[in-house]
Design a protein around this ligand. Structure first.
Ligand SMILES: [Fe+2]
Length: 195
């Protein structure tokens, strides 16, 4: 059984979802997917097709409308319902480079039982390199292209009014880790990537 959609299926799902809830989020997903694919290729021991598809699906919960933690919950449930556990895992982990909902930036706009369900799933999840790769790419992918991580984190900080220090530091750590693994700076690998 497939753990995540094919490239074509993922592209079709994203297009359909953008029609349900139009906005720049679709292009953000395309940038994240292309960055993940490029970094995975540069690393050599990661599946670049898988990285692309997981990047494309990480915000798929936005098809159900605007939301903060809601898009994490909705995406996770949607991918599980379609039978794609690896993509569901990415929906769950992409906003939490520190594995707890307490550092989630944004509102907990879901029912208390849903919050508990999500918290339980997250604590039972072990992160792998794909989770970390998509967290990193989410932190460099704007809707119009890849940017440097500090610009992107400052953009989030100005929109949400805060950015937890632990998360800030963890993102920089991920950047250094993947740069070292790839043998060159991720800024160089992702330079010029557009949706
Ligand atoms: Fe997201």
């Amino acid at each position: 059984m497939r753990e995540y959609p094919t490239r074509l299926e993922a592209e079709r799902l994203l297009q359909e979802s953008e029609q349900m809830n139009p906005g720049p989020w679709g292009d953000h997903c395309r940038v994240v997917a292309k960055c993940a694919e490029a970094i995975a290729k540069a690393c050599g021991d990661l599946d670049s097709e898988k990285a692309y598809v997981l990047g494309l699906m990480h915000d798929i919960g936005r098809r159900f409308g605007y939301g903060h933690l809601k898009h994490v919950y909705d995406g996770w449930r949607f991918m599980l319902e379609l039978g794609y556990p690896a993509a569901a895992k990415i929906c769950l982990t992409h906003s939490c480079c520190i594995p707890t909902l307490e550092v989630y930036i944004g509102r907990a706009d879901i029912a208390p039982e849903q919050y508990q369900e999500l918290a339980k799933a997250l604590s039972a999840t072990e992160y792998d390199e794909y989770d970390q790769l998509i967290q990193l790419c989410d932190a460099i992918g704007m809707a119009d292209g890849a940017t440097d991580i500090l610009t992107r984190m400052n953009d989030v900080k100005s929109r949400y009014g805060q950015y937890p220090q632990a998360k800030w530091d963890k993102n920089l750590e991920l950047k250094d880790w993947f740069s070292e693994k790839a043998g060159r700076p991720i800024e160089e690998i992702t330079a010029g990537i557009r949706p």
